[in-house]
Design a protein around this ligand. Structure first.
Ligand SMILES: [Zn+2]
Length: 138
């Protein structure tokens, strides 16, 4: 006979509410690291690579490179005064990828794959990024 019930529920050291609280309220980004070396910037209950439950949480610098982007001209309601802007996928320096948006990018010519960007705290929803200075684009 196998035991069932709450004791069999997966438990994690973190919750999605805590994760959201992390960047929206306290203005910090959190990453999660598994014992197998897998790193993600996306909250999850377990490692998608090895299944480990107890992912170690660590602060992300919010720095990385643009790995994909698109310029949005038809925005969601929250961004109606910001269009056009870029919706970006950023490969973080610590590992993992995170999606966000860049209000300063008004056209595809304003950004390139591989450009260095950094996270900026904002009252707006989502994770907002800004392009690094030209000197830092190496
Ligand atoms: Zn793992």
């Amino acid at each position: 006979m196998t035991a069932t019930g709450p004791s069999q529920e997966p438990s994690a050291a973190h919750t999605i509410q805590e994760y959201q609280h992390g960047y929206e309220e306290e203005r910090r980004l959190r990453g999660f690291r598994s014992g197998c070396g897998f790193v993600t910037a996306t909250w999850g209950l377990r490692c998608p690579q090895c299944g480990q439950l107890d992912l170690q949480e660590f602060p992300l610098s919010g720095k990385g490179r643009v790995t994909a982007f698109t310029v949005q001209t038809v925005p969601a309601d929250e961004f109606v005064n910001d269009a056009p802007y870029a919706y970006v996928l950023v490969e973080l320096d610590e590992g993992g990828r995170i999606s966000g948006w860049m209000p300063a990018v008004r056209a595809v010519e304003d950004l390139a794959i591989g450009d260095r960007v950094h996270w900026v705290a904002s009252y707006k929803p989502g994770v907002q990024f800004e392009k690094d200075s030209a000197a830092a684009q190496r």
